[in-house]
Design a protein around this ligand. Structure first.
Ligand SMILES: C[S@@+](CC[C@H](N)C(=O)[O-])C[C@H]1O[C@@H](n2cnc3c(N)ncnc32)[C@H](O)[C@@H]1O
Length: 296
């Protein structure tokens, strides 16, 4: 598998916003390959503790390897971030100085054809971030009704051609179950008239995003986790969240609105987005939005 290391997004902005305290306790809830984690560790040393969480066994392996020189100050958990409360309680940690969520997928996940996340690589229709997830994208595509597929593709992908895509999926699986990402890409291309293909994104982007969100129950998990995480912010502590699409960002925005009453003050009036320089160096950062809050 040809691959390049994940380039952390908005990393300087995250480091600036987390308001560094040497020797503090921080949580990286989406460890990935450890790009942000490395910068956090460099900022808190000497002393300090970073708790890293990722539900993907491969990510955890890679992060442990990439961060091995910091192992005295790092604890890694292969868990869903919805368990942040249980993890901190198991460590008898009552409050932390900062928490980061860098949502979505890492390059490692996207580049591995076997994971089925990419419409540019042929692989099985899997899309699970963790082997603990029960359903694969293939299972959903081969078993749900047209209406259920429309619900997923339109709600989580905001795809206006959802019904045509769902109908062709169901017609096609009558002949033979769908097995690969390229089969799905072909169906999407047939379902959407050429003249309606989006210009800035691949024609399959929205449907792939929708299936990934459904398989990993991403939005429900995020909605439930943010309030849990907020409970552990000490006075003056900060929470940083990088989202990559409007559905995630809406949840983050609502979270900040609701937690204003509990003393969570937005650090920036508007979300921070990558500079032109970052966009040139890392086009994958293009949809990123960073929001940060400080517990007062
Ligand atoms: C964009 S990557 C993070 C990259 C990381 N900041 C870096 O610099 O290498 C997102 C990571 O979050 C993980 N992830 C997404 N949702 C998760 C969840 N609910 N629980 C735990 N990990 C999750 C994914 O497996 C992925 O490795």
């Amino acid at each position: 598998m040809e691959e390049s290391r994940h380039i952390p997004v908005l990393v300087d902005e995250v480091i600036d916003s987390l308001k560094w305290l040497k020797g503090g306790i921080y949580v990286d809830s989406t460890l990935g390959e450890g790009g942000h984690a490395q910068r956090i560790l460099e900022a808190i040393l000497p002393g300090g503790l970073l708790i890293g969480i990722d539900q993907d066994v491969q990510a955890v392996k890679r992060a442990r390897e990439n961060l091995k020189k910091y192992k005295e100050n790092l604890l890694v958990f292969e868990r869903n971030f919805s368990e942040i409360g249980t993890i901190l309680e198991s460590l008898r940690i009552k409050e932390v100085d900062g928490i980061l969520f860098d949502l979505g997928l890492s390059s490692l996940q996207l580049q591995d054809a076997h994971r089925g996340f990419s419409f540019q690589k042929d692989g099985p229709l899997d899309m699970r971030m963790s082997e603990n997830m029960k359903l694969t994208a293939g299972y959903l595509l081969n078993t749900l009704s047209v209406d259920e597929l429309v619900e997923i593709i339109s709600k989580y992908g905001e795809e206006r051609w959802a019904r045509r895509i769902a109908r062709i999926v169901v017609e096609s699986r009558r002949r033979r179950p769908l097995e690969t990402t390229f089969e799905l890409v072909r169906i999407i291309k047939n379902a959407i008239p050429r003249s309606a293909w989006p210009i800035k994104i691949h024609v399959a982007t929205r449907t792939f995003q929708a299936l990934r969100i459904a398989v990993n129950d991403e939005l429900t998990v995020l909605e439930k986790t943010l309030p849990q995480a907020a409970r552990f912010l000490k006075k003056g502590a900060r929470i940083c969240i990088i989202s990559y699409h409007s559905l995630e960002d809406r949840i983050v925005k609502n979270f900040f609105r609701e937690y204003k009453k509990q003393g969570l003050k937005a650090v920036f009036p508007k979300p921070v987005t990558p500079t032109r320089r970052e966009l040139q160096m890392n086009p994958r950062s293009r949809s990123a939005k960073l929001r940060a809050g400080e517990m007062c």
